[in-house]
Design a protein around this ligand. Structure first.
Ligand SMILES: [Zn+2]
Length: 147
């Protein structure tokens, strides 16, 4: 078992019509061996597991070894600007999934990608698809503080 310190919440920063196959293709284009998230929640509330929790996904630079990464499909408007466009089904499924993960990893902190401090030792490059300051486009830390 990995020592999980964070349950990180993301948006995929894609359109709500984005499919799991689209996401997987995006990860491959980036040359990633592992997906960006362990779980992805679709607008219809369907949850897809992309990776075993014991394996490391590519969600938060510098924190992946101690994180489980969860994303909802969406997070941008038609102009590509960050927006909280979670559907009711997505909100419900996310809350349930995060609640289950919190039970499994009681010491882990649930927070949004944007709540991680910036990688000050890095080269300062923020990929345009991953708006680190906005992702997941809502205050996950507050919304899930009761879990
Ligand atoms: Zn993110």
């Amino acid at each position: 078992m990995r020592d999980i310190k964070y349950i990180a919440v993301h948006c995929t920063a894609g359109r709500q019509t984005q499919t799991i196959a689209d996401l997987q293709a995006e990860f491959r284009r980036k040359g990633w061996k592992n997906p960006g998230y362990h779980y992805v929640v679709a607008p219809d509330g369907n949850i897809t597991q992309l990776l075993d929790e014991d394996r490391v996904s590519n969600g938060v630079k510098g924190f992946n070894s101690v994180s489980v990464n969860v994303a909802y499909i969406g997070g941008i408007d038609s102009n590509g600007k960050g927006v909280d466009n979670r559907t009711e089904a997505q909100k419900k499924a996310l809350r349930q999934l995060l609640g289950n993960l919190k039970k499994k990893y009681p010491a882990a902190v649930i927070q949004g990608h944007r709540d991680f401090s910036p990688d000050k030792n890095g080269n300062g490059v923020v990929d345009s698809w991953e708006r680190i300051k906005e992702c997941p486009c809502f205050d996950a830390k507050t919304e899930y503080s009761d879990l």
